[in-house]
Design a protein around this ligand. Sequence first.
Ligand code: SF4
Ligand SMILES: [Zn+2]
Ligand SMILES: [Zn+2]
Length: 311
Amino acid sequence: MKCKVCKRRAVINLRAQNRGLCEECFDTYVLDRVERTIKRFKMFSRGQRVLVAVSGGKDSLGLWDILARLGYNPTGFFVDVGISRDGYSTRSRMVVESFARSRGMDLLVESLEHWWGKGIEEIGRRVLCPTCGMAKRYLTNRVAVERGYDVLCTGHNLDDEVAVLLSNILNWQVGYLARQAPVLESWHSRLTRKVKPLVLLTEKESALYALLRGIEHVEVSCPYARGATTLFYKRLINQVEWRSPGTKQRFYTLFLRNKGLFEGVAKEERESLKECDRCGQPTWEGLCAFCRFMEGSHGDTGREVSKGNQV
Ligand code: SF4
Ligand SMILES: [Zn+2]
Ligand SMILES: [Zn+2]
């Protein structure tokens, strides 16, 4: 297959767009696509302070790399959650630190142990993965706000968003649907603005970008990951995409076009936002999900403010 632009050998077949691209044209395509996404959804501008949540995975490191190449000034942010099994957290942290060093990029690192005196294996107990996700969202939001960043970027790609969208629709999670967006505005002074610049890039495109740029990332999955349902939805959508190229993008962009349907719920949620009695973070309850958990009444972590915009 030849590149549709320059006729050299193609490295990827973008079936949804019915064209192949060579390595160089693919690189241009990725940068252009992310820049357009940032502009289309008015995510941020070059003068703003941008924090990028990095996990050591290909998407977040790729995003960090893209933003730097586009001339933004992104600072990486890594949360060391203290997973000792398989040396997971140490290994992820080393990958992120080495990436930052090799490119001369600014990196912030915080650890759960530093904030709460123990890592997630002690805090999370039997519900480790959801608690870990909640703790990371909590800490990332807090650090972004307290350190004065204008915006927090996460590396969610189109496949991630479509899988979440499918799950939200299958379960008619109206609150989550109201909050699922490429930009989650800050409705409160202690809530950071969150954006997803890779939202129009597929998982395959994001993975190829990391490969072609020689981005070393953590290849193994977290030993506590509970992503089986999401993976199932992704496989399902990919089957549909195979039969009908362009479905993924259509499903997502048409959802965004019809988001007004959920505006009533979104408004209600915005207006009922309060401050946590203990830590002051935004919440819908007396205590935020994190403080509720730390108090020992594990409660429902699902209504955490940042849910649907996970770090
Ligand atoms: S997969 Fe779950 S437990 Fe592992 S780092 Fe992510 S949120 Fe934490
Ligand atoms: Zn080309
Ligand atoms: Zn709290």
